[in-house]
Every structure is written in C-alpha cells, then in structure tokens.
Design a protein around this ligand. Structure first.
Ligand code: FE2
Length: 430
C-alpha cells in the first residue's frame, strides 16, 4: 500500500528537493501567472522579420508537439487525480491540471496570433497534426490508453504507477523540458520573441514542480509495492523505444535544431541523463530497464547519445515504420548490446561461440571471454550455434521490434546447431 510521507530523493530544482506534497501545492499558489495577459505584438512582428524560414519550420514542429502534449495531459490527468487516494497529492494534481490547461492556452494563443496557425483552438490544434512525430504519437496514444484503463479501474495501483511514469517521468522530466526549452536559450541570447520567452520561463517553473511531485509520488508507489515497482519497469521498457523517436526531425534533418544553436546529440544526452536520474531517484537501477541494460553506461552521456543517433539514422530505432539500413557502426553497437544482454552462464554452457550469419552482410560472433561475453566481427570457425537472417531482421530482433519466435515461425530466422544448443536459444537473452 502506498502511503503519503516525506521521502527523500527527488528530482526537480534544488529548492523543491525536500518539499512535501503540501509545500509543492503552496509553491503553485505563490507563483500565479496569466497566459492571457502576455503581450504577443512584438513576437508577431519578429516572427517574420527576425526568424529565418527553417527557424519558423523548426519552431512549428517543436511547439506543435508542445501544444498537443499539454492538451492531452490536461485531459488525462483527471484520471490520475481520481485514482489518487491521498488528499495532498490530489490537491497538487488539481493544480497541475490547471497548469497544463494554462500552458495549452498560452501555446494556442502564440501559435495562432504569432505563427498564424488556425482560427480557433480546434483548428489550431488540428493544424499541428502533421508535425507530430511517430514517437510522439506512440507515447501519447499510450497515455490515452492508460488513462482510459485507469478510469475503469481507479483502485488499480500498478496502473496508477504506470500513469505517473508516463505523465511525470517520461513526458515531464525527460521529454518536455528539453523539448520546450531548447529554443528558449536561443531566444534569451538573441533577446527576441519576448512573449514566448516569458511564457516558457513560467512554464519551466511549473514543470519543475510537476517533475518534483512525480519523483516523490512514484518513489512512494514503488517503495511500498512490488507490483507497482514491476509495473513501473514494464512501462519504462514499453515506452522508451517510442520516446527515442519523439525528437527525430523531418527527414532526420539536423538543421531543425542547429538553426537554434542546439544539436540533436545535446537533446538526447539531456534526455538520457534526466531518465537515469529519475530512475535512480526512485530506486530503480537503470540496468533493470531492458534498453539501458544493453547500453554501455560507462561512456559519457554525449557518446551514448551519438551512438543512439547512429541507430536512429540506420532506421533501427525511433520510427518503426522505417526499415533498417545499417551503417557499419550500427553492427558494432547492436552486437555489443547483445553481448551485454546475454546470460553468461547459458552462453558458456554452449561450449563454443554463437555466430550470426547474414544473407546480406558479413558475419559477427559472440563468445565468452573470462566472466563476460564479447562481440567480434567475422566467423569464429567453430560456432556451437549459428543463427541466420537478413541484417534488417536481426537489427529489429536486437531492439525488440521483431519477436524472434515469430521470426522463426516465418522462417526469417534460422537456427543451426545440435539439438542441445538449439534448446538454449530462448535462454540466451533477457
Ligand atoms: Fe507539465
């Protein structure tokens, strides 16, 4: 059973780290602001005079996701509030619903009055549809699905936990802050679009409270129930592959971020850091999350983000409508990930290397060296087990896009070796 309390270990700004739920509520009362009162006249003038065409396209792409995101959150958070059994938490969630509605009002005004999108709130929102990325749609459809399920089962605590993971960790801490504010830094440096800059500053302060609340609430949920903890991990496993796709710009064009002096690598490094910090705050080791367990966590966040971008550019992650077209480095990154995910004891019991041969690329193999598994290019010559597929199918299997059992049934994956070795295939990977 989850209890209210004053658990330590929160995310958010330092002054919110030790705040109680009631403190967070009071912080909301102390910082009112009006989205309707912001003067957008200078923004409208500077939108055409100071920004280039790519900057306008990038701002629309980015703030389309912001508007749709806060509109969805404002609707779905009521299910989270109704399912929350504690008074202080419920009071805070009521303030967050107001915040999300205010963020929506602000962005709706800005997109219409400054960027000329739509004629009323409905048409402005629908004008944003084409800008939404594959990853964004997956994450927010999941939020709608979880909120609907929670409305039907408001006493289901694991479901409430999953809603908090989605709303407060994935959407607020990992996606919203870098997503909404990478342009903000540029606006402040150039001293332009003062209405947008002011609204984003107020939004950022609101979000710090939402993030701090989410970390504290999730911490309590997962610490008092094994079922809630498992449900949280399951949601992270499900949603992280979609989350990776949220900020992929049209045609993978880096100028969408670089026109505002920001790189995609910076956004992904920020997101990775925020995700792992959030996990650690609630006592979940990042190694317990499937996709993070395969990552080389000894590397700096910037290098990990660069390697992730190699997989995105190779069509392996971030957009499941794309077929993989692997860059040479993608093989190394994916095989190293497979090596980390392999059960060393099962691999050792094969008494020989595992080889992967491709119908359209050079082979690789995995072998036990001391107490770990290593990935190497080429054929080992003495493989105990040999798997055979097209490289694209292998890449999709490696990141969980293609179920290997289904690949076997459809003969897109073939296994060669002794009966005893073949029997161990399903036990090799997590
Ligand atoms: Fe928020």
């Amino acid at each position: 059973m989850c209890q209210t309390g004053e658990t330590e270990g929160m995310s958010g700004s330092p002054d919110l780290r030790n705040a109680s739920f009631r403190d967070l509520y009071r912080a909301w009362e102390d910082h009112p602001w009006s989205s309707s009162a912001i003067d957008l006249s200078l923004d409208a003038k500077q939108w055409t005079e100071e920004l280039g065409e790519r900057q306008r396209e990038s701002a629309l792409w980015n703030y389309a996701m912001f508007l749709k995101g806060v509109e969805t959150e404002a609707r779905t958070l009521s299910a989270v509030m109704d399912a929350t059994p504690f008074e202080d938490e419920r009071a805070f969630l009521a303030t967050q619903i107001v915040d999300e509605a205010r963020h929506r009002m602000f962005l709706d005004r800005w997109l219409r009055e400054v960027a000329g999108q739509g004629e009323d709130p409905v048409s402005t929102l629908s004008a944003m549809e084409d800008h939404l990325t594959w990853g964004f749609r997956q994450v927010f459809e999941e939020l709608e699905r979880v909120a609907d399920a929670l409305r039907k089962k408001p006493r289901d605590r694991p479901l409430l936990t999953q809603a908090v993971v989605l709303c407060h960790v994935i959407i607020e801490a990992v996606l919203a802050i870098p997503g909404e504010h990478f342009i903000h830094r540029y606006l402040e440096k150039r001293d332009i679009l003062p209405g947008l800059a002011y609204g984003l500053t107020q939004t950022a302060r609101d979000e710090q409270r939402h993030v701090a609340f989410g970390a504290k609430f999730l911490d309590e949920l997962v610490h008092h129930s094994k079922e809630c903890r498992s449900a949280a991990i399951e949601m992270f496993d499900r949603v992280i592959p979609w989350m990776v796709g949220v900020f992929i710009p049209p045609n993978l064009d880096p100028s969408y971020t670089e026109c505002f002096d920001f790189t995609l690598g910076e956004i992904y490094a920020f997101g990775l850091r925020a995700l792992e910090r959030s996990l650690q705050d609630v006592g979940i080791n990042p190694r317990e999350i499937r996709i993070l367990a395969r990552d080389d966590r000894s590397l700096p966040y910037e290098e990990r983000a660069r390697r992730l971008l190699v997989l995105i550019e190779s069509g392996v992650v971030g957009d499941d409508t794309r077929e993989p077209d692997l860059k040479p480095e993608a093989y190394e990154i994916l095989f190293e990930g497979m090596a980390r995910a392999m059960d060393v004891d099962v691999a050792r019991s094969l008494e020989g290397p595992l080889e992967w041969t491709f119908t359209d690329a050079e082979p690789w193999h995995l072998l036990v060296v001391g107490d770990h598994v290593e990935a190497r290019p080429g054929t080992p010559g003495d493989a105990a087990l040999r798997l055979e597929s097209a490289s694209g199918d292998w890449a999709k299997i490696a990141v969980g896009r293609f179920d290997p059992r289904w690949a076997l049934l459809r003969r897109r994956l073939r296994v060669h070796g002794s009966l005893a070795s073949k029997a161990k295939v399903s036990k090799l990977f997590d």
